[in-house]
Design a protein around this ligand. Structure first.
Ligand code: PEP
Ligand code: MG
Length: 627
């Protein structure tokens, strides 16, 4: 995007266009549900510069945004300059020095601030106008020196603008109500933004079942199909689409009778959910009296009411980082305190499990630029973010940032029942270090006379094979375990969870995965610790019987999965499930395990028609021929 471009907004939706022939595309079923709507295509290369007039009360914040984006650009130039000097390219670093001078020059900043203050233009618009004005002045002087300065000014302006757009997550799209968003890929921050526009569905070229975009789509109840590889090439703005998030299919140019079939199917689904919700208060207890606690995963505090409505008995995983993904300054202790207190009050009398920051990879906040090596994009790009400076290791590297969260959580703990959980722990050293920082925060608060609960259970996520192998040692340091299968599968099967090209290798029933779960459960129980699961597997009905048999105490999942898992558990026997688990743990492949699980489940459920889709996945549940 060039500053001189007048890239306008996206074209408004036009009359639905039908391609010549109907077509079905198959991708990865990322979030359940069916939607029919017109395509809203997002093309990042055409990302417009947002332009809007400010309300008087927004002016101060906009001036701060300008200062922060300029400071960040200055830091980025400084880093680049250092790198050039280290590689003996000191001549080129002179150019960067010139850019820094332009960046601090009042000719650039003064008029931009004036435009924000007096003309009430948002900062991107104000900056673009100022740059264009300076360039015009240079144009009037026909000397090579000034022509070059003109491109320097454009470069500097571009850098600041990019920082501003990054800081807002680059989210400037305005899809109409009920649109099907079509994109190459979406970040979690994009998804949060799009959710606010009440879109009907999401379909993307890239992504995997356990990418955080998919997880958010599930949380928001937005049907999604990802990993469609080239759907952005096949769909135009305004095309009519059917998205089947249950089967991972997208229908292009559907006939009217197909649309009618799918609308009927969606109505049937809604009616089924309504029936399931009527049972939300019955305990998730097996036919032989084993009680499993069903908890919800949430990404934002606003999800708490829905989680409770779906029958959650608490929050098993609150992914605390999502609230701050659009921020370019470090979240403050006070903010952590306020948000945590709000969640605890809403969840009461149940408990809420706060996972400390798990930033990095696809959960990228602009403020990560402030921690060297932590931002997976930009000038210090991390070539392998899943193995880089993310999650707990990032927090340990930046203790003041980490302490702000821990102090905020501790202070909020008196408002309800809190558990704290550390993610991405590789072994006892990291865990001990995290616990030591938490203890330090406790001591500080004590000295300051600030109250906090003294019995907060501390837990660890088991999501690395190394953690599984030392689970017995970890169990000595904490009160509970929660198995994060999304990452555990990624790291044990060497399978990037964001990469659609290896999505077919995602095998929750891989014998290695099941054996790791068993090993972890046994280590926890041997130490008298409770063990749960909060990865996506916890909400997969086909896995429920296996997880029950493996001995998990808690299952934490996206709220929408709770009613089905509850109903299923109430129809299963724990002793039969244990026999099944013993049997499948001896089998050599995921394919064989899946086949045995389906056979045994059919025996246990007695061909109950309510579970036909689970037992016979190939069979369509509604009469419909695609397209
Ligand atoms: C997991 O890895 O299974 C998990 C629950 O954490 P996240 O999906 O946020 O990485
Ligand atoms: Mg994880």
């Amino acid at each position: 995007m060039g500053l001189g471009d007048e890239s306008g907004p996206y074209p408004a939706l036009r009359e639905p266009v039908r391609p010549l022939s109907p077509e079905v595309r198959t991708g990865i079923a990322a979030s359940a549900g069916i939607a029919v709507g017109q395509a809203f295509v997002i093309d990042r290369r055409r990302q417009p510069t947002p332009r809007r007039h400010l309300l008087p009360e927004e002016i101060t914040a906009e001036l701060v945004r300008l200062d922060e984006a300029v400071a960040l650009a200055d830091m980025q130039l400084e880093r680049l300059k250092r790198k050039l000097k280290e590689s003996d390219e000191s001549d080129s670093s002179v150019i960067l020095e010139a850019h820094q001078l332009i960046l601090r020059d009042e000719h650039l900043l003064g008029p931009t601030r004036r435009r924000i203050r007096d003309e009430k233009l948002n900062v991107e618009w104000a900056l673009r106008k100022t740059v264009a004005e300076i360039q015009q002045r240079f144009d009037a002087i026909d000397l090579p020196y000034f022509r070059e300065r003109k491109s320097d000014v454009a470069f500097v302006g571009e850098q600041v603008l990019r920082n501003l757009l990054d800081a807002s997550g680059g989210n400037v799209w305005q899809p109409p109500l009920g649109a099907v968003v079509v994109a190459h890929d979406l970040s979690p921050a994009d998804t949060v933004h799009l959710h606010r526009h009440q879109i009907a569905a999401i379909i993307t070229d890239a992504g995997g079942r356990t990418s955080h975009t998919s997880i958010l789509a599930q949380a928001f109840g937005i049907p999604a199909v990802v990993g469609l590889e080239d759907i952005t090439e096949a769909v135009g703005a305004g095309d009519l689409l059917i998205v089947d998030g249950n089967r991972g299919e997208v229908m292009l140019c559907p006939s009217q009778s197909t649309i009618d079939d799918y609308k009927q199917q969606a109505r049937t689904e809604h009616a089924d959910i309504a029936k399931l919700l009527a049972e939300r208060d019955v305990p998730a207890e097996t036919t032989d009296g084993v009680r499993i606690r069903l908890l919800a995963n949430i990404e934002l505090p606003d999800e708490v009411p829905l989680a409770l409505e779906y029958g959650a008995e608490g929050i098993g995983l609150y992914r605390t980082e999502f609230l701050f993904l659009d921020r370019d300054d470090f979240p403050k202790e006070e903010e952590h305190f306020m948000h945590a207190r709000g969640v605890l009050r809403r969840v009461a009398p149940y408990e809420a499990t706060f996972r400390t920051f798990d930033l990095g990879v696809d959960k990228v906040a602009p403020f990560l630029h402030r921690i060297a090596g932590a931002h997976p994009q930009g000038s210090e790009a991390e070539p392998n973010p899943a193995l880089g400076l993310r999650s707990l290791r990032l927090c340990l590297k930046e203790p003041s940032f980490f302490k702000a969260q821990l102090r905020g959580l501790l202070r909020a703990s008196v408002a309800g029942t809190m558990r704290i959980m550390f993610p991405m722990v590789s072994g006892v050293e990291e865990l001990s270090e995290a616990i030591a920082i938490l203890d330090q925060c406790r001591r500080e608060l004590q000295k300051e006379g600030i109250a906090f609960a003294d019995n907060i259970p501390i837990g660890v996520m088991i999501e690395m094979p190394s953690a599984v192998m030392v689970a017995d040692h970890l169990a000595q340091l904490v009160d509970f375990f929660s198995i994060g299968t999304n990452d555990l599968i990624q790291y044990s099967l060497a399978l990037d969870r964001l990469n659609e090209h290896v999505g077919y290798l995602y095998q929750p029933l891989h014998p290695a995965v099941l054996r790791m779960v068993k090993h972890t459960v046994d280590a926890a129980h041997a130490a008298g610790r409770r063990v749960g699961m909060c990865g996506e597997l916890a909400g997969e009905p086909l896995l429920t019987v296996v997880l029950l048999g493996l001995g998990l105490d808690d299952l934490s999942m996206n709220a929408a999965s709770l009613p089905r898992v509850r109903r299923l558990l109430r129809q299963l026997s724990a002793s039969q499930a244990r026999t099944l688990a013993e049997e499948v743990l001896k089998l050599p492949s995921a394919v064989q395990i899946e086949s045995v699980v389906r056979q045994r489940l059919a025996g246990m459920l007695g061909e109950d028609p309510a579970w036909a889709g689970l037992l016979h996945p190939g069979r369509r549940t509604a009469k419909s021929s695609p397209a």
